[in-house]
Design a protein around this ligand. Structure first.
Ligand code: HEC
Length: 485
């Protein structure tokens, strides 16, 4: 049996972890009753050239195959027009040959790639197709209502009094009260330096202390730029709202990371805080076995567990491992954009794979999830290689998706207005702009339904005190799924 080697910096330790039984993802996908959108870019002059010369390696609609995806946010060689021209004319021997095409054809090809694929990378705030009328799905009929429109929101939480707090990239919290967005934001959250200039300062996720009603603690994760090494300083902070302003600010934990979009939080029943730290690894150049996600001294690619003040609990799995970060609970993760406990207290995590291999995992103490050595996805880097999907000692996902819908936030439905959704797992997606409902039995998927699609990139999902399901989109919509009748 293969043993798993963890390269903890300086410690050089060898460890093995228990193997999970491999689970075959069920294939019961029910499509949402939304019309397919037609593709106006298919008529562009460069489309024919792309399909003839490039799609064979880069995939239909450039989702990536033998060559890397040209439709996601990861560009090794730059994505300016000049970079694309250089790639086409120079190629990347020996894997991609140089193309000696007439200048107008290159120009059309670049225009096509830019319009059809690259443009979709930039959040297109005009694409917000909120369906009118009743949505009839497998287990519930509902309407989608727009509660509020915000500027670049990221996550939300409901307070016990029914108000919703929504984080906004500009560095404030917005308040929705009785279905209305209040004009006055919660200000005063200290941020040292905004990410990518003033427009890019980023408050990411938000969570309430389980004892919020007593102590008022609100937890935030904040991404700030860092001059050292990797490019983001990720902070876990907490504070309280006093007289409409942020107060009693405390920094509980911070780490450098190359992944600026994860840092999801969830509290368990005993009051421990779990925090995801992503590691995409697309720009990582070392051997996969040495990646930070597998290095116990590094917070990247981990699910962390801490006391409510950031300290590591004494019963964490690696507290006695020399050199290990004491907060580490599980490792070998990629981009974890969703984290939630189910009704039985089991912790679930959604993870973006690379070119295929998006995952839904159950998080177990001390377990290894394999990235970037073990994945159902493909690597992004220049040498296309077949993924290694399984290995002894490495946890298998409960659900895996290929191609990647880019799964984001997750929530278990615990309300009463949709009785047949009870305890179902709802999963937002970014690339697919869809909302999935997953029915689980004994921690396995028995059904997956697309209940909505085509709205926008879904950033956050949650259940309101009214039992309705709420969604937050990258384009800024705070939506409510309410019963149809
Ligand atoms: C034989 C397969 C193959 C074909 C055909 C091919 N490519 Fe590539 N392409 C690759 C591979 C492999 C890479 C990654 C090279 C590297 O990073 O070393 C690549 C890289 C690129 C990149 C850089 C992507 C990045 O991440 O920065 C661009 C742009 C690109 N190709 C465009 C094209 C276009 C446009 C065409 C059609 C004219 C094309 N390719 C045809 C295999 C191919």
């Amino acid at each position: 049996m293969k043993r798993w080697i963890v390269a903890a910096a300086g410690a050089g330790l060898l460890m093995s972890v228990t193997a999970a039984d491999a689970q075959v993802p069920a294939k019961a996908i029910v499509r949402a009753p939304a019309p397919e959108r037609s593709d106006p870019t298919a008529a562009l002059p460069g489309a024919k050239t792309f399909n003839e010369l490039c799609a064979g390696c880069h995939g239909a609609r450039a989702v990536g195959a033998e060559g890397p995806s040209l439709s996601d946010e990861y560009w090794k060689h730059g994505r300016a027009d000049a970079d694309l021209e250089k790639a086409i004319r120079g190629g990347f021997p020996p894997t991609m040959a140089a193309f000696d095409l007439p200048a107008p054809q290159v120009k059309d090809l670049i225009a096509y790639i830019r319009t059809a694929f690259v443009a979709t990378l930039v959040v297109d705030r005009s694409v917000q197709q909120v369906p009118a009328g009743v949505m009839r799905t497998e287990a519930a009929d509902f309407r989608v209502e727009t509660v509020a429109k915000l500027a670049a929101p990221y996550a939300f939480v409901f307070l016990p009094d029914g108000r919703a707090l929504i984080t906004e990239a500009s560095g404030v919290l917005r308040v929705v009260e009785k279905g209305k967005l209040l004009p006055q934001a919660i200000e005063g959250i200290p941020i040292d330096k905004p990410l990518n200039g003033a427009a890019g300062r980023r408050i990411l996720n938000i969570a309430l202390h389980p004892g919020y009603a007593r102590n008022g603690w609100i937890y935030l994760t904040i991404a700030e730029p860092s001059a050292v090494g990797r490019d983001v300083l990720m902070r876990l902070v907490r504070g309280k709202i006093q007289n409409g302003r942020w107060a009693e600010h405390q920094i509980l934990f911070e780490t450098l990371t190359g992944e600026s979009s994860t840092a999801r939080m969830a509290f368990d029943r005993d009051g421990y805080l779990f925090l995801t730290m992503g590691f995409s690894g697309n720009i990582y150049v070392g051997a996969p076995e040495d990646a930070p996600s597998l290095d116990l001294s590094d917070a990247n690619g981990k699910v962390l567990r801490m006391h409510d003040d950031g300290r590591a609990p004494a019963d964490n799995p690696f507290v006695n491992v020399e050199g290990a970060l004491k907060q580490v609970w599980s490792y070998g993760h990629r981009q974890s954009l969703g984290l939630a406990f189910d009704a039985n207290g089991v912790l679930w995590e959604s993870e973006n794979g690379a070119r295929g291999g998006d995952e839904m995992n159950i998080i177990r103490k001390g377990a290894n999830y394999g990235w970037p050595v073990v994945t159902w996805g493909h690597r992004y880097d220049s040498v296309p290689r077949i993924a290694m999907p399984e290995m002894d000692g490495v946890e298998q996902p409960v659900v895996s998706w290929a191609p990647s819908p880019a799964v984001s936030a997750i929530a278990f439905y615990a309300g009463n207005v949709f009785p047949r959704w009870k305890e179902n797992l709802f999963v937002g997606t970014m690339k697919n702009r869809a909302l999935y409902r997953i029915v689980l039995k004994d921690n396995r998927q028995v059904l997956q339904e697309e209940v909505l699609r085509g709205i926008d990139r879904i950033r956050d999902v949650g259940v309101g005190p009214d039992g309705c399901l709420y969604l937050l989109t990258d384009g800024g919509l705070f939506l409510r799924l309410a019963p149809a009748s």
